[in-house]
Design a protein around this ligand. Structure first.
Ligand SMILES: [Zn+2]
Length: 329
């Protein structure tokens, strides 16, 4: 279903983004980038896969002070969880069993966190292989409040979680061939504890999970570049990416996978525990930026047009992999 985004839509989008943001030097820079980016997008044919304004609104909400940095076990984290579950319900996502919540104990750096972690797990039934699963994941926890400063983690990882909700929106009109588990993992910042617990206590047999797609930090990059990691370890994924027709002008790079001397991201986020038990994965993320793990990782640093295109790109890769794995079965 192809559509051209009309000038009016783009204009409303710009007005909304400008209106929602407060003014600062950094913001002025973002707005310049935004208008530059928008002029690019006006020329492009854009496939409309989900509500683009809602994507930005959800990111803004999850990275607002109300959520107090979403630290595992704390009030803001619970609020974020409620927000995600409500969005899932609105979009017809079903719980895996009786509840969307999977709670777990864990310890990290010699500290016990009894019942502090809670993953959010939703499900969309597959049309061709309902008994085979693709887990699409993003962690919703972040660092909380440190020295009276709220670490809002707009990019890390409100960006991934808002994208996860857009996946649910996309599935309403485009149901997946494999059953998809939408996983908002908790306690990623505490040793990937939520994802570790999930793979060790899976609600389904390990062999029935054919892929993990993980998103962590996807909303800003000054070079218009996004990395995809994981194809190196799997021939089907390698060939899908080789033949992939990128519907955006985002540069989709492979690397950061131990093959190129750059930081190896193979186990850097929640896809790591999947890789450890030989489940294929694709991790999407951008290069670190100066606000990484600082209280300055705020909504104003997000690049809305870049981010929207990135989410389109990831959903397009998903569709391609979903179809290819379906054929190979
Ligand atoms: Zn993260």
């Amino acid at each position: 279903m192809k559509q051209i985004v009309s000038r009016a839509t783009v204009l409303i989008f710009i007005i909304l983004v400008s209106f929602l943001s407060c003014k600062s030097k950094a913001q002025e820079k973002t707005e310049t980038e935004t208008s530059k980016e928008t002029s690019i997008s006006q020329k492009e044919e854009i496939t409309s896969l989900f509500d683009e304004v809602a994507l930005i609104t959800r990111l803004k909400e999850l990275s607002s002070d109300r959520y107090e940095g979403r630290k595992t076990g704390e009030k803001g984290n619970a609020l974020a969880r409620t927000f995600i579950i409500n969005e899932f319900k609105k979009l017809n996502v079903l719980p895996i069993k009786d509840s969307f919540e999977q709670s777990f104990n864990f310890s990290h750096k010699n500290k016990e966190y009894p019942h502090a972690g809670i993953n959010v797990l939703g499900k969309i039934a597959g049309t061709v292989h309902p008994d085979k699963y693709i887990v699409v994941s993003a962690h919703y926890d972040h660092l909380g409040i440190i020295n009276d400063k709220i670490y809002n983690g707009a990019d890390d990882n409100a960006s991934g979680v808002a994208a996860l909700v857009s996946f649910a929106e996309y599935f309403k009109k485009n149901p997946p061939k494999h059953t998809v588990i939408l996983a908002a993992f908790d306690a990623e910042e505490l040793g990937l504890a939520g994802a570790k617990y999930f793979v060790e206590n899976m609600p389904i047999a390990k062999d029935d999970i054919v892929l993990n797609i993980n998103m962590d930090m996807i909303s800003r990059n000054i070079n218009n570049e996004l990395y995809v990691v994981g194809a190196r370890y799997n021939d089907i994924l390698k060939s899908v990416l080789k033949d992939f027709k990128n519907p955006t002008d985002i540069k989709l790079s492979q690397g950061h996978d131990g093959s190129d001397g750059k930081d190896d991201w193979t186990k850097a986020s929640d896809h790591g525990p999947f890789h450890n038990i030989d489940i294929p994965f694709l991790y999407f993320g951008e290069e670190d930026h100066p606000d990484y793990h600082r209280h300055t990782d705020e909504f104003k640093g997000v690049m809305p047009v870049f981010y929207t295109k990135v989410v389109k790109l990831i959903i397009s890769v998903f569709a391609e992999v979903d179809a290819t794995l379906s054929k190979s079965r």
